[in-house]
Design a protein around this ligand. Structure first.
Ligand code: ATP
Length: 342
C-alpha cells in the first residue's frame, strides 16, 4: 500500500557493527492509524522506531512522512525537523515546569495566548486541566503519563512514537491509561507507531501489528488476522502458549489425536493447537485423562493426556475436573494450525 500521508518506511536496513538489527523493513501508517511493532527483546523494534524518529539514520531504505522523504537518498532530517511526538516509559516531564508549562513547551513558537489555549485544550482532552498549576512531582505515574501525552500532541505532530509507554504503570492503571491514550490518539487522528513486547497490549491498541523477529517483519496485519491466521509457528506461539507436535500429512490430510485436518501440503508437518482449541463437550469425539487442573478465574487450565500425548487446555468449566477423571472434548478447528516442518 502506498501512502502519501502519514508514515511510509520502505526497505529499511540497519546494522550495529556486523549485526544486522533491522532487515528490509517496510511499513505504512495512515493518519489516525496505530501500528504496533511487536516482538521479543532484541528483535529490532526500538531501532526501527528510532529510525522513524530520525534518532538513527538507516544504512539503506527510505522513510517518508506526509509525502516528503525524511531519510534516504542522501537526506536525513533530525527529529526536531520531522514533526514527531514522543511518549516513552519515563514520562520525562520537566521537573522545574508546572503541568501547564510542560504542555506549553511543546508549542512554544505560538503567541502566548494561543499557546496557553492550545495547552489547556490538550490538558482538557487528557482529563488533566484541573492540574494545570501542579508540579510534576505532585502527580501519580498515570497522571504524569497523561500530561506527557498532552505535551506530545499539542504541536499536532505528523507522527506519534510510543516506546513501551505503559510498562512503568501497575496493571490496573495500565489498562486505564492505555484505554484513555488510545481514545486521545484516535480523536486527534495522528499516525502512531508503538513498540511493545506485550501481545495483549498490541492486540488492544493496534489497527495493525508488525510482528518482528531478528530484524525482519514476519507478519504485518490486523490483530485478528495475526491471531486467527498466524504466518508461522513463531507468530502463533507469540500470542500465548501452544501445544505443538510433529506429524505427517498424506493425500492432503493429517491424522492427529485431535482429529483429521486438511493439510496444505504432504510430508513433515508441525501441528499447533492453542489451549483454547479444546472444549468440554459431553458428546465430543475426544476422550482425555485429566493430569492436573488449575482454576484461573474465567477459565481453567487443564493438563490432559490424549492417546499417550500430553496437551494443555484452557476451558470454561463450572466445576473443575479432578486429576484422574476422564473428560470428553470437542475441538475448534480454527485454533489448530499446520505448518510445513523446516
Ligand atoms: P527490547 O524489547 O529489549 O528493547 P528491541 O526489539 O527494541 O528490544 P533494539 O533495541 O532495537 O531491540 O535492539 C536490537 C539489537 O541491536 C539488540 O541486539 C541490541 O543489543 C542492539 N543494539 C541496539 N542499540 C545499539 C547500539 N546503539 N549499539 C550497538 N548495538 C545496539
Amino acid at each position: 500500500m502506498k501512502s502519501t500521508t502519514g508514515l511510509a518506511m520502505h526497505g529499511i536496513t540497519h546494522h550495529f557493527g556486523a549485526l544486522r538489527v533491522v532487515d528490509d523493513v517496510s511499513l505504512t501508517i495512515s493518519p489516525g492509524e496505530l501500528v504496533c511493532l511487536l516482538g521479543p527483546s532484541g528483535c529490532g523494534k526500538t531501532t526501527t522506531l528510532r529510525i522513524a524518529a530520525g534518532l538513527e539514520a538507516p544504512d539503506s531504505g527510505t522513510v517518508t512522512l506526509n509525502g516528503a522523504v525524511v531519510s534516504g537518498g542522501g537526506v536525513h532530517l533530525p527529529p526536531e525537523r520531522r514533526h514527531v511526538g514522543f511518549l516513552f516509559q519515563d514520562y520525562a516531564l520537566f521537573p522545574h515546569l508546572r503541568v501547564l508549562g510542560n504542555v506549553e513547551f511543546g508549542v512554544e513558537s505560538l503567541p502566548a495566548a494561543e499557546r496557553r489555549a492550545r495547552a489547556m485544550e490538550m490538558l482538557e482532552q487528557v482529563g488533566m486541566a484541573d492540574y494545570a498549576k501542579a508540579w510534576p512531582h505532585q502527580l501519580s505515574g498515570g497522571q504524569q503519563q497523561r500530561v506527557a501525552l498532552a505535551r506530545a500532541l499539542a504541536p499536532n505532530p505528523a507522527l506519534m512514537l510510543l516506546d513501551e509507554p505503559f510498562s512503568g504503570l501497575d496493571k490496573r492503571l495500565r489498562d486505564l491509561v492505555r484505554d484513555e491514550t488510545l481514545q486521545v490518539l484516535k480523536r486527534n487522528k495522528v499516525a502512531t507507531l508503538m513498540v511493545t513486547h506485550d501481545p495483549e497490549e498490541a492486540m488492544f491498541m493496534a489497527d495493525r501489528v508488525a510482528v518482528m523477529r531478528q530484524g525482519r517483519v514476519v507478519q504485518f496485519d490486523r490483530p485478528e488476522v495475526l491471531y486467527n491466521a498466524p504466518a508461522d509457528p513463531f507468530v502463533a506461539a507469540f500470542f500465548g502458549e501452544v501445544n505443538q507436535w510433529p506429524a505427517e500429512a498424506r493425500d492432503g490430510k493429517v491424522d492427529t489425536v485431535l482429529g483429521i485436518f486438511t493439510s496444505p501440503q504432504d510430508g513433515d508437518i508441525e501441528v499447533l493447537a492453542r489451549p483454547e482449541a479444546l472444549r468440554l463437550d459431553q458428546n465430543g469425539p475426544i476422550c482425555a485423562q485429566v493430569l492436573a487442573a488449575r482454576p484461573l478465574g474465567p477459565v481453567s487450565l487443564l493438563h490432559l493426556r490424549l492417546d499417550g500425548q500430553d496437551m494443555r487446555a484452557r476451558l470454561a468449566c463450572r466445576t473443575l475436573p479432578q486429576p484422574g477423571e476422564t473428560v470428553r472434548l470437542s475441538v475448534d478447528p480454527t485454533q489448530i494450525f499446520l505448518y510445513p516442518r523446516t
